[in-house]
Write a protein that binds this ligand. Structure first.
Ligand SMILES: [Zn+2]
Length: 182
């Protein structure tokens, strides 16, 4: 029998039901970022197609944005205060008319559109490539705030539990989660 402590349970949790849709047990010393693509693939194999994945700040790393966007899942992750953020590189473009406003995202294009607030600039808008600094769901948008403050369908949340293996999500959870997917 494995030692009860020193393990982490990484779980993709449906935010509508709080049920774990996929999970993986790792030793506590294993890095957590490589678990995210494994979990997202597992979620897909089980027939779920979340359009958004909400993660905490510790997942605010470039590779996580690539892993989610390449699966057509929008990442919702709070920003870490990295040097780029301290330098204001996460801010929208700005001009003499003010800070440019979000004018929609195009997932196929992998970019979001920013627009001059008074439409006096030429061009009036620019496409900003998706990245951790400029995710397709902007952090200053109501939509982003909705994901970080409430639950809903079509969203997964990747979480990490420090727990004895015995306290891993119940073996029956996938069945229950599948029922919810209908
Ligand atoms: Zn302008």
């Amino acid at each position: 029998m494995a030692a009860p402590y020193g393990y982490k349970v990484h779980a993709a949790v449906c935010t509508a039901t709080s049920l774990s849709v996929a999970w993986k047990v790792e030793t506590a010393k294993d890095p957590e970022l490589p678990v995210v693509p494994v979990l997202l693939d597992s979620v897909a194999r089980r027939g779920f197609a979340p359009d958004v994945c909400v993660m905490d700040r510790s997942y605010d790393v470039d590779v996580i944005y690539d892993e989610t966007e390449s699966r057509r899942i929008r990442p919702v992750v709070p920003l870490r205060q990295t040097p780029a953020v301290k330098a204001g590189k996460d801010k929208p473009p700005a001009c003499e008319h003010g800070e440019w406003t979000f004018a929609g995202s195009d997932a196929e294009r992998g970019a979001s559109k920013s627009r001059c607030p008074t439409a006096e600039c030429d061009p009036q808008s620019v496409w900003v490539k998706a990245s951790r600094l400029h995710p397709l769901i902007p952090r200053n948008s109501d939509r982003f705030r909705t994901f970080t403050t409430s639950a809903g369908h079509g969203r997964a949340r990747v979480r990490r539990f420090e727990a004895p293996v015995d306290a891993a999500p119940a073996a029956g959870a996938p069945t229950a989660a599948r029922a919810v997917a209908r």
